[in-house]
Structures are given as structure tokens and as C-alpha cells.
Design a protein around this ligand. Sequence first.
Ligand SMILES: Cc1cc2nc3c(=O)[nH]c(=O)nc-3n(C[C@H](O)[C@H](O)[C@H](O)COP(=O)(O)OP(=O)(O)OC[C@H]3O[C@@H](n4cnc5c(N)ncnc54)[C@H](O)[C@@H]3O)c2cc1C
Length: 348
Amino acid sequence: MNEIEDSHSRKPFRIAIVGGGLGGLALAIGLIRHGIGVHIYEAAATFSEIGAGVAFGPNSVRALGPTDESTLRGYKKHATFNEGPKRQHTFLSLRYGMGSCNGNGKSFSFSKALVSVGEFPGEESGVNDVRLHFIDRSTATASAIVGCDSIKSKTREAILGNIEHGEFINIVAVRRKNGATWEDGQWVVPSTKDEMLRDFGSWHPAVTNLLSHSLAQEEWALFDLQHSAKYYKGTVYLLGDSAHASTPHIGASAGMAMEDAFLLSSLAGAIRDQTELEKAFRAFNAVRRPRTQTVVEYSMLSGFAYEFMKDDVGDDFSRLQADISARFEWLWHEDLEAQLLKARKLMG
Ligand SMILES: Cc1cc2nc3c(=O)[nH]c(=O)nc-3n(C[C@H](O)[C@H](O)[C@H](O)COP(=O)(O)OP(=O)(O)OC[C@H]3O[C@@H](n4cnc5c(N)ncnc54)[C@H](O)[C@@H]3O)c2cc1C
């Protein structure tokens, strides 16, 4: 897939979209719906899935419907939601993951809660013995185990597997390297499981155990674009990550691209000819810059909070929850129709 062209234009101008990623495609769908001809130029030869899954907050989902009803239907068909009624409305759960070895954590003494069970060849018996791994990182061996650990039995998992699991787990493990700069020209570089386990070696066994099953062989750099420049010059406009990439800590970047696509396609749909395009871009910039740059900042702040690096919050869970929730409240409860109205007024 290098080029896609829609030839059913009803407007006397055409828009070239460079990049057929999430934002480019959403914009193309919106513009076509408004009768605007588009041509997508994409560097990659084919569509493929990259990295971990993309989480869509309520604001992102709300932006899909008005852009095009079929996009929302497609999203609902393919999206994976939290399992079980108890977690239906959960976007984020916080758990302490490590001790205080880097000065930002919290120390815990754990009980002998069983985490996992493994078999190994017994030296004397000639049959397999079992090794028990506990939450406090200690291990024990025995000839056999009898699981009497009730309804949420960990022992049962050794027999049946974790019956609560989906088939696939996406893990994004983020490690801040203070003072370090990213020197590599590539932002995704090869890595190994050993390197990853070294980076997270001091974490809770439940985390390291999960990571040890990972198939990941890559390390990603996290960049963001916090700046005060306009998102357009003349009739060249930036949408999505090219304008306002943010770190992944509030799962908002794709949603911003969806919101951008809805607003820009709606504004472009309201203009008569090419001479009005710059006016639309100017109005779009005026309503989108403040929100998207705040997202970049909020995402960075949430990253600090997750790592107990926010001075006003530290590792106090109730403060953390309030601090993080306040940013999600702001992010999710945006009135896109009001933004559109404002931009239309600015266009005059
Ligand atoms: C691992 C990972 C996890 C993420 N998780 C989340 C999440 O949970 N929630 C969330 O909201 N966001 C998430 N994001 C961010 C989200 O994927 C992006 O914000 C979103 O894809 C931005 O859309 P975009 O169209 O701007 O860029 P992309 O989707 O990155 O698309 C850009 C496209 O442009 C093409 N391209 C690049 N250069 C050129 C060129 N010179 N010429 C032609 N084509 C070109 C690329 O091949 C690509 O197809 C995640 C990102 C990653 C990498």
C-alpha cells in the first residue's frame, strides 16, 4: 500500500495526506465523507501492527462516530475490552512494582504467597520435583504440591493455566534513564530479553515473571513534541503525532489524532473552495494547539507520577489516584462539538 486515491470528490479541491497511519486514515475517511477528494501517500508497503495495542479513552471513541459511523462500528468489532463486569469501567490500575532501591519506590515485606510453580528433574528420585516461587522472591522445592489455596488458586493455574487470561498480553515496560540521551538514529533498536530483565531485575517477581515470558526483542525510545510553534504554514498542516506526539503515559496520542481528524474534516467540509483552506487551518490550529499541547504536558506529568517522581504526590497512593484521575477527567470529558463550533466562528 503506497498510494490510495479517492476519485468521488464533490469539492473543487483535493487534499494530499502524507502517512496512512491512524491519523491519516481517520482524516481520509472524514474528508471523503464530506465529499473531499484525498490521496494518501504512505512510506510503508503494507499495513501492519506495530508494538503494543492502542488504548482508546472515551474522548477517542466519541471522536470516531461523528467522523464516520462505520469507523466506530469497526472499532467496536475489533476492540478488546476488560474482562469481567468488575473491571468494565477500569482504564488504569496502579500497583507498587518495586522496592525503594532507586530512591523512588516503596519497600514491602511480602508473605509466602505462591506466584508460580515449575518442575525440574529430581536428583535422587529420577522423577520430576517441583519448585515453588513466592512473592518475596524466595523459592522452595518439594516432591509434590497440594493446592489448598481456595477460589483464586494459584496452584490451579499450574494445572489449568490462568483461565482469566486473554490469549495475548501487551506489556509496555518503561524505564527512565536519568540524564541519558538517545543517540541512535533509529527510535526502535534491537534488544534482548536478558537486557530487559536486567533493567527490571529489582521489580516484584510478578512483574519479572511476566517479562520473562515476553517475546519482545526491541527497545523503543519515547519522544514527545512540546513546543509553541504553529501546526501549519500556508496550506501545509500537521495532524496527529507529527504535530503533537506525546509519551504513552495517558494513552492519549491516538485519541488526539482521532479528534484532529474529526475537526479538520468537518471544517474542510464546510468550506467552498481552495482559497478558504488556510482559513480553516488557522481556525483548526487555534482550537487544537492548546488541547494537544496540554496532553503532551499531562502525559509527561503522569509519567513522573507513575514513577513516584512528582514531589507533591510521592508514593502516596490516594494522592497518586487523585493526581492521575484529574488529568484523565480533563482528557476524557472534552466537548468536541463545542470545539467545532468555536473553530467555525473563528473561520467567520
Ligand atoms: C507501542 C505504542 C503504543 C501506543 N499506545 C497508545 C495508546 O495506548 N493510546 C494512544 O492513544 N496512543 C498510543 N500510541 C500512539 C499512537 O499509536 C499514535 O499517537 C498514533 O498512531 C498517531 O497517529 P499518526 O497518524 O499521527 O501517526 P502513525 O499512526 O504513526 O502513522 C504515521 C504514518 O506515516 C508514515 N510515514 C512516515 N514518514 C512518512 C513519509 N516521509 N512519507 C510517507 N509516509 C510516511 C508511516 O509509515 C506511518 O504509516 C502508541 C504508540 C506506540 C508506538
